[in-house]
Design a binder for this molecule. Sequence first.
Ligand SMILES: *Cc1c(COP(=O)(O)O)cnc(C)c1O
Length: 811
Amino acid sequence: MNVTLKQVAQVIQAEWQPTFPDEFIDHISIDSRSLQNNSTTLFFALTGANHDAHVYINDLYKKGVVNFVVQAIPTNFTGAANFLVVENTLKALQSFTVYYRSLFSFPVIGITGSNGKTIVKEWLNYLMNTEYNIIRSPKSYNSQVGVPLSVLASNENHDLGIFEAGISLPNEMAVLEQMILPTIGVLTHLGDAHKEGFTSFEQKVDEKLLLFKQVEALILEYNPKVLERLDKSIKTFTWSTTNPAADVLIKHSAADLYHVITRFTRFDLIIKLQDEQAIANVCTCVATLLFFNYDVKLIQDRIKTLYPIELRLQVKDGLNGCTVIDDTYNSDYQSLKIALDFLDQHKSKEKKTVILSDIFQSGFQPEVVYKKVGKLLQSNAINRIIGIGPKISTYLKDLPNFSGFASTADFLLQFSANSFQNETILIKGARSFKFDEIVVLLEQQTHETVLEINLNAVTHNLNFYKSLLQPQTKIMVMVKAFGYGAGSFEIAKELQFHQVDYLGVAYADEGAELRRAGITIPIIVMNPEPGTYATLLAYQLEPEIYSLRSLHGFIDFVKAKNVSSYPIHLKLDTGMHRLGFEAEQLDELVAVLKNNNWVKVASIFSHLSSSDVPAYKDFTLQQIQKFDAWSQQVIDALQINPIRHILNTSGIFNYSAYQYNMVRLGIGLYGVGNDEQENKQLQNVGTLKTIILQIRNVNAGESIGYSRRYQVTRPKKVATIPIGYADGIPRAWGNEKGYVLIQGKKATILGSICMDAMMVDVTDIVCNEGDEVLIFGQKLPVTELAKQLNTIPYEILTSISQRVKRIFYKE
Ligand SMILES: *Cc1c(COP(=O)(O)O)cnc(C)c1O
């Protein structure tokens, strides 16, 4: 990018008093947490329902950023910077993108649809990047903000753009169309209309088709219901697996063999993928290649090598205390940048190592690419860089901390597991480098049973609860009990990244663990045992104080250590009757705290016992009323101004009027609400799954499992799966009470659950040994299990044993 600030100001019609009018901009940023080239960055301070990036301006200025697009200049700003003032910063970002797009005239493929956008984009990039210098959307950057960031990365060296556009509401497509301005359209699969906020299939189609208003041609599946809604002036190029009316007919012949028939040619094609959705995406790619006049031989060769794409960055436990971040399917500058940001957010060990393959970046000379890559690695303070590939090992060899290998095989020959100790290792390489072989060596031994944690869903759920709150209300998130079973450190890192205000844990050692892993935000310990006061101080953990005894004990401790104003959090018992001060103790509490400089009341709070039970609304309101009065009494008597908080997850959902200055979010973050309407708004976070170990037929008259609990009365096909009560599956769930999902179908648990295994009924399910088994997840919510078992989701989630491996991922 090479534009002047003056140009930008004109395009976005900003008001400004130029401090440095001739400034050149070579980078646009909207995220205060990930910066590069600070002095030539233009920062757009976006605002949303739950965030306002204007609050980061002072920090950014300290880091050297001097150019800002804002809705108002922060009143407390004192430095010398350029402020371009506009009415709406998102609109400004979008109009600048429209302008920037107009500077380029290369062909641009615009992709939309309900499913498959990102896969098709990544595949087209893989299939075409030998012939073209492609700029494409990183990951699935397809939103109102993602599209600008994608398009703004274009430069004069590119000769093909591939951008995806995603919408969830009516009226969003028009501006995406202006920014992408596709010359060739690609429409992928259209799914269920209601899921995306549209009232009908027709409304959704019409909205999506708006992307193609000005295209020279539109590539899509032959579907009369879509074609009839299309403006007749738009030229189409259609494919079908059945209908000969399509321009390209791709007929399944046998196994992985397909016949392709067009008006001009016929040829065979091998497609190694199986599921229907993947085949449809391959067909879209084949049609696109034909449209671009690719040679049949090239199409055959490349389609044969298409592979399923892992769109997720995964975090896994590694050997010798290492953490492994697995990103082994592509390697280009943009995705490296995203992966390095991810590495920084999720590092559990201070030492950062990157194992990186040659970079496939079209549009630049290798000298330029590797110079940029080297700078990026250095600005991310990577402690150790291992470059694998002929190019990277040559071009980066002079970087400090660098070791180079010509090939993956060379690296593996010299590999020694012990040379990796207590570091966070990002493994990022193009598919052809087969870095999965490196991941396997560095990963801890895996079991077949895993609990996958979707960090995007965590973010979504956090934002959902934020949307129910005033923007200034603080959020504490409870990560006690190992983050409700999801993994406390990883969740805490994600929350720290999203700048929540407090974390809550049950015990001091949980807090200490988080501090050692690099969590710096305030942490409250709900049950600070006297024996752990030293730990509290050593790790700056703030205790809940719930009785005069605990208050005196803690004051004595800090006094002895000669520490003053140590933050404490007072808990009032307004009806839960678990822990907390009662009304008649408040005078004494005030007396002890008055003129006491050893501790400082950071917050006063209480806990609702029945915020999820509509029948106890009156009781809940009474609790709130007591809290209001009692906390006010303490505040008035001490003349202090602490944070007040009483709402847990269901409290936020049902009683948001009483949010005071902070709320304490727990189970909802993990994707489980206590209300059906609430659950509809949440995304599933945890997926517990395993595989089928063995399948057998059992005849009538025999029995299954311990104590012959299940008596077979008619022939059964039975699958054994490696998960049992030692993994946290309640034994009460056996004997036909519970079920798991195999191939999307219910498989009832037969007989008693064993320590490490259970047997399920697959008589009516077509399945094989090795197939995946879902215990709970999106398709079988944990709330459903809880209902069957007559318990609550909290218990199921927190019972999953620590031997079940957690895998964290982000899309
Ligand atoms: C666990 C806990 C919460 C969170 O409760 P959820 O129902 O999971 O939202 C809030 N406050 C306190 C004091 C807690 O112990």
